[in-house]
Design a protein. Structure first.
Length: 694
């Protein structure tokens, strides 16, 4: 055959290919540094400096450097924990609002150089930089713009000071991956002894564009965090969640650090002008700084999993804070919890059930070899499925070959060319039928859905709306094991008992006779009444795997259905919170209002042999009782001598349940007279008051 005849079709195919347009980017787009930052996904925040030693969250600025003296500071321990938990970096509060510097800054005396730690020769930033290098982590730094120590704060001179510190930090310690600027700015402070209130115009005072430029000049690849970016933005809350709809694009020029419309940051803007993705900062305990009184409040595994899936699973990076303690170490309880989180995540994402399976799409851009549906399952970052230009809705079906169970769906857009998807659904094919199992909005860098466990032989992704043609680069499906933590056991004032498991798909078995529960015990179905004294033990079980949780145990005395608070008598609605058997609610009142004490009517005579007390459990707990007297009376008039008087131990640091016993006494009325509260506070507070009976 004529050579030309053979070559013609070949050449025309090749020519045709080169004519197929590549997908057009749709602005705004991430920079290369932002792409690297996206891939960091999960890293550690460390709040540690003067507040650690003063037990505060915000120091005034007049603290003596002499107070800073960690006994066992070990940044390598922080780095080890970060690395073992799968985090990629550590951001440290080099300077918080009180102005104390963790490095020996040339520009102030208010730093480690005047502390007893290492005789003033220490440098925490240096130690962290070394530890990060050793563990292959990146280091970031927090330099609070607000400085309650500095005499010049509020004037032009302070801006020079601030920028000098930027220079010190960004030239002296190697690569810094992120510079962290919080939004709190201006207010009362020490200010070099002025002790006054200083307000600044948060928008203009720092000349942010020039300050950001300085930062970038010193480290061009750095990511700057603030409410408004420019590179990554705050998510608008400190509770650990991003919006289900979450756009990386943001109308950035409408924001600045501390700007008032911060709620919009939770979801970004579909028509945003700049690429400013969310970073979700949240602490593993209620406080950012270490307080011994929060040792019992380190977040539970289910709470940490919620944080993970609601941040990283919603197109944001997770910055999980660890309040390093006075020793200079991450507390054992925090280490234990983050390791539980890491272990669970490892199992959740253990085996990708759709890796390299067959996929078909209702639309694929010409040049199927490059843009075919299978590209979402090939595990490669640089390949993606794309639809034709103008095609903004399409479906992609994955053939699993056989029925499999799954409950996690992970999807990623090829964001180098912009974030596009506005609406998508997921369907599962089982027993000849398609069933919708999720209906969602945005995807972005990464979206992870936790779904009810579903069996299917095919999975279909339907993208229903997007800003431009679709570019999906990764899709993974997993069957995460059940979360098996101790069931929550609670009983209300009326005596109705409820059990709850962290995972809705497990069974709970329980006993009320003190024996250990197992599969042969009673299966929990719904709340039921048990108003008497009892001990409840419960276990969560996954019947498929046979695995079970540790046993949860809770002891209850008589239900408080007949109880009322008689004194102080003016606000029964509020005072009833002290006897509602709900530890999360509390009641406080000023001591002077009723110095004689709190009187509770138990509704009927009981043989009492002790009391229980839970202090206010809110973050800023009020009126924690330290010294008390307790009386029991038949008629509420003749009280006689106290049945017990004493001190609840270590209440400042450990405000947990207290139980004290005394010789049995019959009575219907209980009086608690408060002799002293923690820090001599002029309020008395209760989350719960209870009695122990025979
Ligand atoms: C806030 C600060 O005021 C808190 O103390 C903490 O540092 C948090 C991460 O940022 O703006």
């Amino acid at each position: 055959m004529n050579r030309i005849l053979i070559l013609f079709p070949l050449l025309s195919i090749l020519y045709g290919c080169s004519q197929i347009p590549e997908p057009e980017p749709i602005a705004p787009l991430p920079s290369e540094s932002q792409m690297n930052w996206h891939e960091m996904e999960f890293y550690m925040f460390v709040h540690f400096n003067m507040n650690t030693f003063t037990n505060l969250e915000w120091g005034f600025g007049d603290e003596s450097p002499g107070l800073f003296n960690p006994t066992q500071l070990d940044c390598r321990q922080w780095a080890r924990v970060a690395s073992e938990a799968g985090m990629k970096g550590i951001i440290l509060t080099a300077k918080h609002h009180d102005g104390f510097c963790l490095w020996p800054s040339r520009y102030t005396e208010h730093s480690v150089k005047n502390s007893p730690w290492k005789n003033g020769q220490g440098d925490v930033v240096r130690e962290l930089a070394d530890a990060c290098r050793e563990y292959g982590l990146k280091m970031g730094l927090y330099l609070s713009p607000w400085d309650r120590n500095h005499a010049d704060y509020g004037s032009e001179k302070y801006i020079t000071y601030y920028r000098n510190q930027v220079k010190e930090l960004l030239t002296g310690y190697g690569e810094v991956f992120e510079f962290w600027l919080d939004g709190a700015n201006g207010g009362t402070g020490y200010y070099g002894g002025a002790n006054e209130n200083r307000l600044v115009d948060r928008k203009t005072y720092y000349d942010w564009p020039a300050t950001f430029q300085l930062i970038k000049d010193l480290q061009p690849d750095i990511i700057i965090f603030s409410d408004a970016g420019p590179d990554t933005r705050w998510v608008g809350n400190e509770a650990g969640w991003a919006g289900e709809t979450n756009w990386c694009p943001l109308k950035r020029d409408e924001f600045w650090p501390g700007s008032p419309h911060y709620r919009q940051l939770t979801s970004g803007h579909e028509d945003g002008t700049h690429w400013v993705p969310t970073e979700i900062d949240v602490s593993i305990r209620p406080g950012w700084y270490y307080h011994p009184y929060e040792d019992h409040k380190v977040h539970s595994l289910p709470h940490l999993l919620d944080i993970y899936y609601h941040s990283l699973g919603r197109n944001g990076n997770l910055l999980l804070n660890f309040p390093v303690d006075k020793r200079g170490l991450i507390h054992e309880k925090d280490v234990e919890q983050v390791m539980k989180l890491a272990g669970t995540l490892k199992n959740d994402f253990n085996q990708n059930l759709v890796f390299k399976k067959k996929a078909e799409a209702t639309n694929t851009r010409q040049n199927k070899r490059k843009y075919g549906a299978g590209k979402v399952l090939d595990g490669r970052k640089e390949t993606y499925w794309s639809t034709d230009d103008g095609i903004t809705s399409a479906s992609l079906t994955i053939d699993l070959e056989e029925e499999v169970a799954f409950n996690r769906f992970l999807i990623q857009e090829y964001i180098r060319l912009g974030q596009r998807v506005k609406e998508f659904t997921v369907e599962a094919f089982s027993e000849g039928e398609w069933q919708e199992i999720a209906s969602e909005t945005t995807i972005g860098y990464k979206r992870i859905l936790r779904l009810p466990t579903t069996r299917a032989s095919k999975i279909r992704l339907n993208i229903n709306q997007a800003k431009a043609c679709l570019l999906i680069y990764n899709l993974e499906v997993y069957n995460a094991p059940k979360v098996l933590t101790e069931p929550d056991i609670s009983r209300d004032k009326e005596g109705t008992l409820s059990l709850a498991a962290a995972d809705p798909e497990v069974n709970i078995f329980y006993t009320v006779d003190g024996s250990d529960p197992d599969q042969a015990s009673t299966l929990y179905d719904e709340p039921f009444a048990v108003p008497g004294k009892l001990i409840v033990k419960a276990v969560a079980m996954d019947e498929a795997s046979g695995l079970k949780s540790p046993v949860g145990t809770k002891e209850f005395d008589m239900a408080k259905s007949k109880w009322s608070v008689l004194l102080p008598s003016d606000d029964s609605e509020k005072s009833s919170r002290a006897i509602d058997d709900n530890p999360a609610t509390s009641w406080t009142y000023p001591v002077e209002k009723f110095p004689a004490g709190t009187v509770v009517d138990l509704g009927e005579p009981l043989i009492i042999n002790g009391i229980s007390y839970l202090p206010d459990q809110s973050r800023w707990a009020k009126g924690i009782i330290e010294q008390y007297e307790c009386y029991v009376s038949e008629n509420g008039k003749n009280w006689g001598d106290p049945v017990i008087a004493g001190e609840f131990p270590n209440m400042l640091n450990s405000p947990v349940w207290q139980k004290v016993s005394f010789p049995e006494k019959r009575g219907r009325y209980l009086k608690i007279k408060v002799l002293k509260t923690v820090n001599e506070e002029k309020r008395v507070g209760f989350a719960e008051i209870g009695v122990l009976t025979r």
